[in-house]
Design a protein around this ligand. Sequence first.
Ligand SMILES: [Fe+2]
Length: 198
Amino acid sequence: MILESTDFYTRLSKSLLPKDYRNKLLDLMRRSNHENKIYCKKNKKYNMIHNASDRLIKNSISSDYFLLSMEEILIDDPKYLSMFTGLLDFLNLSSDNVVKIIIVTFLPDNKGNVKPHIDEFPGCAINIPLDSIKNPIIWVDDNDKPIKKYFYDDYPTLIETEKKHTVEELGDDKRVFARIVLNTSYPDIIKNLGELNA
Ligand SMILES: [Fe+2]
């Protein structure tokens, strides 16, 4: 179920998700209206929020980091949330560990980069590519020098978001992920898993 694990990312098997997860989630994304979307415009604070819960706003990454626009859809329907149970169970995580589950789209409105940053929330995230994600996530040192590069290759991946990271040269690609935002740190999750499998 773990295909590769480093201090920065852990690549997980797609078999932890239902077979049709991609189509179902893309379909949900296409059907969702403004009620449950949160927008973040280039270099601005969230400028349009419709019925978004306080929880969602508080835990969102500050848009100051981004040179591009993004859009979040909160997944709160139990029918869809149940799709992620296999993944969470495998990582020994419960709903207490989950801050939110979203579909996030990074919109290529200026062919920009995501500046090197540490995500604002304490914890880490599972990113599940829903579109082909061509560009790698790159972790950098204090001087923004690359130290680790990861290509998703379509795999669900536990990502260390408390280490500084960036995405370069987004080009014309839209990046669409389902994302489980967790309130537990990456090293804690990995340590826990190791003990379980010892
Ligand atoms: Fe990030």
